[in-house]
Design a protein around this ligand. Structure first.
Ligand SMILES: C[S@@+](CC[C@H](N)C(=O)[O-])C[C@H]1O[C@@H](n2cnc3c(N)ncnc32)[C@H](O)[C@@H]1O
Length: 219
């Protein structure tokens, strides 16, 4: 019998969760608000609010110094991770949109972490293929086009240090991942989840955080 212990996440309960997470840094809060004000149609792309403190927590937990992010949008996840990096830590942020990431650049400067973030505007697969080889990446956050998740994975797992962490967002794809009739992003995420499940280079867990969050640690 597979019985869930997850309570229904009502608005009330979700508010409670947010209220009992570490409060957002004022610049994080402003960035969430500005994104909704300036980009109302695209704001849904933003990483869920409760994932900001989680990403900061994971950076501190792993002691990460070298981070690669795939999918930056207006910079909330990058800001959350950069705030937790030590001063000499670096985050390479990959995105294709100058317009969206411009909001991120402003916020990173305001938060005093702009010098920790190296934004690369290009299709992420090109940026990743051009990265140095060897094992030097401590933490990866995957949050861009779902069709390419497996390609990103194959570029990044070899570059991870042993014990390094990949955090992949949207691995339940709006709950559509189990619908065999759903193609597009849902099918891509299904293939990605199957790839991780079969990958003996990592240990992993798929968590029911937000839209599904997979943590994979390189053996
Ligand atoms: C879900 S949003 C990322 C949200 C972001 N992590 C945050 O904290 O708000 C996905 C982003 O991936 C970017 N993207 C889509 N296809 C891409 C590609 N081929 N290469 C790089 N970035 C891409 C989009 O421009 C968009 O900003």
């Amino acid at each position: 019998m597979r019985e869930t212990k997850n309570p229904e996440l009502t608005a009330d309960l979700y508010g409670y969760v947010l209220d009992h997470n570490p409060p957002l840094d004022p610049v994080q809060r402003e960035l969430v608000d500005t994104t909704h004000q300036k980009l109302p149609d695209a704001a849904g792309l933003q990483t869920a609010e409760e994932q900001g403190p989680l990403l900061s927590f994971l950076v501190r937990l792993t002691g990460a110094r070298q981070i690669v992010e795939v999918g930056t949008f207006t910079g909330f996840s990058a800001l959350s991770m950069a705030l937790a990096l030590p001063e000499d830590g670096r985050l390479i942020a990959c995105d294709v949109s100058e317009e969206w990431t411009a909001l991120g650049r402003e916020a990173w400067a305001k938060a005093g972490v702009a010098d920790r973030i190296d934004l690369r505007i290009a299709p992420a697969i090109e940026t990743l293929r051009a990265l140095p080889g060897g094992q030097w990446v401590d933490l990866v956050f995957l949050d861009a086009d779902k069709d390419s998740y497996i390609d990103y994975w194959e570029e990044l797992v070899p570059r991870l240090v042993p014990g390094g962490l990949i955090v992949a967002d949207n691995t339940l794809f709006h709950g559509q991942v189990t619908d065999p009739a759903a193609g597009g992003g849902a099918a891509a995420i299904r293939a990605f989840n199957d790839r991780i499940q079969a990958d003996e280079r990592v240990d992993h867990v798929l968590l029911t955080v937000a839209d599904g969050l997979t943590l994979a640690r390189k053996r």
